[in-house]
Design a binder for this molecule. Structure first.
Ligand code: ATP
Length: 339
């Protein structure tokens, strides 16, 4: 793990019964978890699970048209239903975003260092010269030399732009950084460099990092704990090492089974399937009972199909599955077929 600081067990951000809906359609359906001080928490799950909506709610920036209920508490501040003035006072200072696409965070018509300097002055009353010096120093900290500070975003590579955005996010030493798929559309080497940098910079600042990602190899390398989401709900949460070694929810086992290096096949005579068969349900057409039941190899005909499992926590691990105690020793094998 590349995070130099040791995460604490103190809660920085607490999410309780978070629900995000659009009209009558609920896309995030009662999510609860904590982010501890100084930790890297990965949020994983297939497309449409509600990861980005959750990330936006943690920033106090739900999309237009969304109704958000429940609680997202950052220290003493409640973000759900807080006036915009309260939420915007936190942005950049206590919470910062590293978005999927750096170009969306940078103006094409201003020099990169000028944009960081403006971000400095949006919070701190310092002279232009001082703000510029802080901007250049922040860029140097992410490996962008001072002579590049006059460049415009289009003159940077994708990786450099993403590093500039990380520098911008860290300008005011936030307590919490939310990175939503921060390396999409980059080559594997750049992805690795950007993620290493993100983990190192947040770790050095003692900030917590919530990392939304599809990439389980990234989770294993960079995260301390993970939350697994399916169809808008939490299915499993716990320390990364423990979840990888012994997932409790069949859905987590299926995700891990589809990543060869994440979960080696111990038995012979099994063939790896590319992924969990089938597709997740859409929020407008959820099955009754457990949303994963139609794809789950452990589904029974009664409880799983009729009753939604609620999360239960034992030994620091949370799981929402009626049958988690019945998982075989190597649950990934539930998703592999014999040859
Ligand atoms: N503005 C919106 N209006 C209506 N529905 C939305 C809106 N934003 C998201 N949704 C729906 O909410 C669900 C969760 O979306 P979200 O973007 O959070 O998923 P995700 O897990 O981040 O997926 P991906 O990994 O593809 O980004 C999806 O079914 C999506 O269609």
């Amino acid at each position: 793990m590349s995070t130099p600081s040791t995460p604490s067990t103190e809660v920085l951000l607490s999410v309780r019964d978070l629900r995000i809906s659009f009209g009558a359609v609920e896309a995030v359906r009662g999510l609860s978890f904590d982010v501890h001080e100084g930790e890297v928490l990965a949020v994983v799950g297939e497309s449409g699970a509600g990861k980005s909506l959750t990330a936006r709610a943690l920033l106090g920036m739900p999309p237009r048209g969304a109704t958000v209920t429940g609680s997202v508490r950052l220290g003493a501040d409640e973000l759900v239903d807080a006036p915009r003035s309260v939420r915007s006072a936190l942005w950049g200072r206590r919470v910062a975003l590293v978005p999927q696409d750096a170009l969306s965070a940078l103006s094409p018509v201003h020099q990169v260092a000028d944009q960081l300097a403006a971000a400095v002055r949006s919070v701190d009353r310092v002279s232009r010269k001082e703000a510029r010096a802080r901007a250049v120093a922040a860029l140097e900290e992410v490996g962008i030399a001072a002579d590049k500070a006059r460049a415009y975003p289009h003159e940077f590579s994708g990786g450099m732009r993403q590093r500039a955005v990380i520098a911008m996010a860290m300008l005011h030493q936030p307590d919490l950084v939310i990175a939503d798929e921060p390396t999409t559309a980059q080559d594997p080497e750049t992805q690795k460099q950007v993620l290493d940098l993100l983990a190192t910079r947040t770790g050095a600042a003692g900030a917590s990092l919530v990392l939304v990602t599809h990439d389980l190899a990234t989770v294993r390398e960079h995260a301390d704990r993970m939350v697994v989401m399916y169809a808008g709900r939490l299915v499993e949460a716990g320390p990364v090492g423990e979840v990888f070694a012994r997932p409790r929810a069949p859905y987590t086992a299926g995700l891990l089974a589809s990543v060869p290096e994440a979960h080696p096949v111990r038995s012979t005579g099994l063939r790896r399937l590319p992924a969990i068969a089938g597709a997740p349900p859409v929020p407008t057409d959820l099955p009754p009972g457990c949303a994963f039941a139609p794809r789950c190899p452990l589904t029974d005909a009664t409880r799983c199909r009729t009753e939604q499992p609620e999360p239960e926590t034992h030994d620091g691990r949370t799981v929402a599955c009626h049958r988690w105690r019945e998982l075989p020793d190597n649950p990934a094998e539930l998703f592999l077929e014999t040859v």
